[in-house]
Design a protein. Structure first.
Length: 247
């Protein structure tokens, strides 16, 4: 046998989102790798530990916290992300080689689903030539699914597509049809016409969950204020929202 890595989607915050397939992978794992993003985001590691404590039937596993390299903010966006991923890859390759024996099983716990705006798969793929291991992927409940479920709405309108994008691209290209917006640090919905409908959620599936719905003109300022207050209180925020043009 060779080293093996599970990439486990653990859902958007509620431990009840963890699937049976994910639970089986958790119980197959000896070493969990987690990125240490500083004291302000330590509760993200704590939530991962809580999920393991709840679902792993026999103790004996361990956590290895890895320092997360700083991402440049001054360079071109794609160049900065590429450099950040390369730095992460070096840290991960060294950790897998040092912490897993030749037939060990490790795991990375991905918030939401590993396929959606998550770098885990790209980084693991980049280091397969440096360290010998195989990996598989266990899907998870995404923030998009959690958002629409909590607001009790369908994701798409009848026969219509939905774009999944980022706040940066919304600011650059505007809104054309329905869109789910992720990774938005700047309340980019404010570029949309006031009548645009918005369904917003933060800390989805957790005890700190926040939900707001309405038109951008009516609830946009409230969302911005809630977001700023919550980020100041927690030191971090993960939020997602669905936009639809006015009828």
């Amino acid at each position: 046998m060779a080293r093996h890595i599970h990439v486990i989607g653990i859902g958007a915050g509620d431990p009840d989102y963890v699937t049976v397939q994910a639970i089986e992978a958790l119980n197959d794992t000896q070493v969990f790798f987690a990125m240490d993003k500083g004291e302000g985001k330590s509760d993200l590691v704590a939530l991962r530990r809580e999920i393991c404590a709840r679902f792993i039937r026999e103790p004996g596993y361990r956590f290895v916290e890895l320092p997360d390299p700083k991402r440049s903010t001054g360079a071109d966006y794609r160049e900065a992300v590429s450099d950040w991923h390369a730095a992460r890859a070096r840290v991960w390759a060294a950790a897998i080689a040092a912490e897993l024996g030749p037939d060990g099983v490790g795991a990375f716990l991905a918030w939401g689903d590993p396929s959606l705006y998550d770098s885990t798969l790209r980084i693991l793929d980049a280091i397969t030539g440096e360290v010998e291991f195989s990996f598989d992927v266990i899907p998870g409940i995404t923030a998009v699914q959690a958002l629409t479920a909590r607001h009790r709405i369908p994701l798409n309108e009848v026969g219509e597509p939905v774009l999944v994008t980022t706040g940066r691209r919304l600011r650059e290209h505007g809104l054309a049809g329905s869109a789910v917006v992720m990774l938005d640090a700047d309340c980019s919905f404010d570029v949309c016409p006031p009548g645009t409908r918005i369904w917003w959620g933060a800390y989805l599936g957790t005890a700190d969950e926040l939900l707001v719905a309405g038109s951008v003109g009516e609830v946009g300022p409230r969302i911005a204020a809630l977001r700023a207050e919550a980020r100041a209180r927690h030191g971090w925020i993960m939020d997602t929202y669905l936009l639809r043009p006015a009828d």
